[in-house]
Design a protein around this ligand. Structure first.
Ligand code: ATP
Length: 434
């Protein structure tokens, strides 16, 4: 298992993840995705969207706003219950989440005495409008789910979906986490990929089991080794206030097994609560029963940043090639930030450079393709291996005559000569192979 330090250093070196506001000393647990990272993140989100929205007839998408009516959070229970128990060390003044401490009495860092626990709400509070006054308080959403519940009737009426059907959403969420660390695993600003899947109340268990299975296999379909994934059912006392049951999909991170995604049976809790607090009917007309019902909800809720981190860790390989270390991300090709990189073998030969640049331009019609001539060919290959580029294309002197280029495969490192005319088609086909 790779050390987290290596992942953090690779991320910085190759433009995957940087600390937010680094020039000012950084902001704790807030991260920026660099030129390579943003591609990887977009690909993770696109893979999720493709599987869950485009791939299904029973799902539609949504993009709700981050700021929502403050009553949302009263109804959902976040104002009263979305809190961790916090303790402070009287000696070193560090803060901890009580549930994460083995010894509840003394500080894990300096063994100092701990204060009594108190509730700490994880929502970021700000104000809306020009005057900061009572009544103008508003929160940054701590989960995307509530935007889906509030739009349930809008989506139902405009999409004409019948039960069972789901609404999928990807978006930012914010939590003022007490304990942070482990790189992007626990951020204060992060992205969620959530589905609220509405079902008939009698069908809830069937669909719950279905989504636990489906979401578990999604991670392995995109390359995560099954032996690094496991399911963990929540014990009664840890199940959230709104849920009937909950399973976590956990990944074997270098810092231990930790949650990647949670699948919860939220019952009719949210729709009922919002109906009660808003006074609006949030119901579905059941054609079979000929009456209005409040659907139950199965919620698979995953984090983009956590999934991305797991994909990075799982694909990280160090190999010895001709006595030299090769670091390579064996990412699923669909997730790879750059699909093909084109190099001129000699950068002082204008015809070769021109041909290489033209090839990159041509390939970029299909996907993100890169051109690089800033180092020796060996270095260029290593750079692309480190970001998981599946194919490297080299243009050499012979290419000018025979109109063929060398294509090198990231995983096998095998090379073959491909006619320039057929290159776009060949790489596209090879990328299609799983
Ligand atoms: P944890 O127990 O790790 O705090 P949670 O159970 O509170 O997580 P959920 O409320 O179930 O998390 O959120 C759903 C998903 O959102 C999580 O599985 C995770 O992938 C992601 N997520 C939640 N909090 C964070 C965070 N602080 N940073 C990054 N991702 C997060």
């Amino acid at each position: 298992m790779v050390d987290m330090k290596k992942i953090v250093s690779l991320c910085k070196r190759r433009g995957i993840i940087f600390q937010s506001s680094e020039v000012y000393g950084g902001v704790g647990s807030v991260w920026d995705y660099g030129p390579v990272g943003v591609e990887l993140k977009n690909n993770v989100k696109a893979a999720w969207w493709k599987s869950n929205v485009y791939g299904r007839d029973d799902m539609v998408g949504l993009d709700a706003a981050i700021l929502m009516h403050p009553q949302t959070w009263e109804a959902s229970g976040h104002i009263t219950s979305f809190a961790d128990l916090l303790v402070d060390c009287k000696k070193c003044k560090k803060r901890f989440r009580q549930d994460q401490l083995k010894d509840k009495k003394s500080c894990p860092e300096c063994e100092g005495e701990l204060t009594d626990s108190r509730k700490f709400n994880l929502m970021f509070k700000t104000s809306i409008g020009p005057v900061e006054e009572k009544g103008s308080a508003i929160y940054l959403r701590p989960e995307t789910a509530q935007g889906i519940f509030l739009n349930f009737v809008n989506v139902l009426n405009s999409s004409r979906k019948r039960l069972p059907f789901g609404i999928a959403q990807i978006g930012k969420a914010f939590r003022n986490e007490i304990t942070t660390g482990n790189f992007t695993f626990r951020c204060r600003e992060f992205e969620q990929m959530e589905i609220e899947y509405f079902v008939r109340p009698d069908d809830d268990q069937k669909w719950y089991d279905y989504w636990v299975d489906e979401r578990f296999s999604w991670y392995s379909r995109f390359g995560i080794d099954r032996k690094n994934l496991r399911l963990r059912q929540h014990k009664k006392e840890e199940t959230a206030h709104y849920a009937k049951s909950c399973h976590d999909i956990e990944y074997n991170f270098p810092f231990g097994w930790s949650e990647l995604e949670g699948i919860a049976n939220r019952t009719d809790f949210d729709l009922s609560q919002h109906a009660k607090v808003s006074g609006k009917e949030l119901v579905y007309f059941d054609d079979e029963k000929k009456k209005n019902i409040v659907p139950y909800v199965i919620e698979p809720s995953g984090g983009v940043d956590r999934a991305l981190l797991a994909f990075l860790v799982d694909s990280y390989h160090e190999e010895k090639v001709r006595n030299e270390k090769r670091t390579v991300l064996k990412l699923h090709k669909e997730l790879a930030p750059v699909k093909a990189a084109v190099f001129p073998l000699l950068k002082n030969k204008p015809e070769i450079v021109e041909m290489a640049r033209k090839i990159r331009e041509d390939l970029s019609g299909d996907y993100n393709a890169a051109y690089d001539d800033t180092a020796s060919i060996g270095r260029l290959y290593r750079r692309q291996d480190e970001i998981g580029t599946p194919y490297c294309v080299t243009v050499d002197v012979q290419s000018l005559d025979d109109k063929k280029v060398t294509v090198r495969d990231r995983d096998t490192m095998e090379q073959d000569r491909v006619p320039v005319d057929a290159l776009r088609k060949v790489i596209k086909e090879r990328l299609g192979e799983r």
